[in-house]
Design a protein around this ligand. Sequence first.
Ligand code: GTP
Ligand code: MG
Length: 200
Amino acid sequence: MARRNNTKLQAKLVLLGDMGTGKTSLVLRFIKGQFSDYQESTIGAAFFTQVLSLNEATVKFDIWDTAGQERYHSLAPMYYRGAAAAVVVYDITSSESFERAKKWVQELQRRGNLNMITFLVANKVDLEEKREVGNEEGELYARENGLDFLETSAKTAQNVNELFYEIAKRKVEEGSSVAHHDMKVCCIQVIETENYAVVW
Ligand SMILES: Nc1nc2c(ncn2[C@@H]2O[C@H](COP(=O)(O)OP(=O)(O)OP(=O)(O)O)[C@@H](O)[C@H]2O)c(=O)[nH]1
Ligand SMILES: [Mg+2]
């Protein structure tokens, strides 16, 4: 019989994106199942943890929710350095936030981890009538840049759990491929800390 939950992984996840795109709202929807129309703008960054149980493993996420205001930009490398996954968020009702998301993707491609899982997330799909960025536009940019893509709504919860579960699943697959094949991959390190293996 297959053993369940026998692997424990810890993964650092960072959210980046323009102010007001819904980064904090996505995290609070995922962790607390809550949404507020009056979510306050993040100052500096906020830290959350959440444990996800999959069939094969338990993944503990250390989540850094960064502040989108431009004045905090210089702090960002502190949060994406060493991250296993990055979620770059834009707001479908703001073309400007989509342009900002592209800048984040470029910065991550220049300065982030080589094997980082990067999701491009188009948030606020409940505001379809105010849409400025088409689904195909986001999807195409993601495909051309090797990113995963999801449209979400922190308000209605559409695709929010799916986003975090997909990242967890991918980390587990990466972790097990390292263990099973005993590969020496320079950028994937599996380190035992306490009870968790940290996958970078
Ligand atoms: N309609 C709708 N509103 C949303 C959604 N997600 C967030 N909002 C609203 O958008 C505003 C900004 O959300 P935040 O979660 O604070 O955005 P943020 O990206 O964390 O912003 P900063 O912390 O300033 O970088 C808030 O008023 C939220 O209620 C969504 O999916 N749909
Ligand atoms: Mg915030």
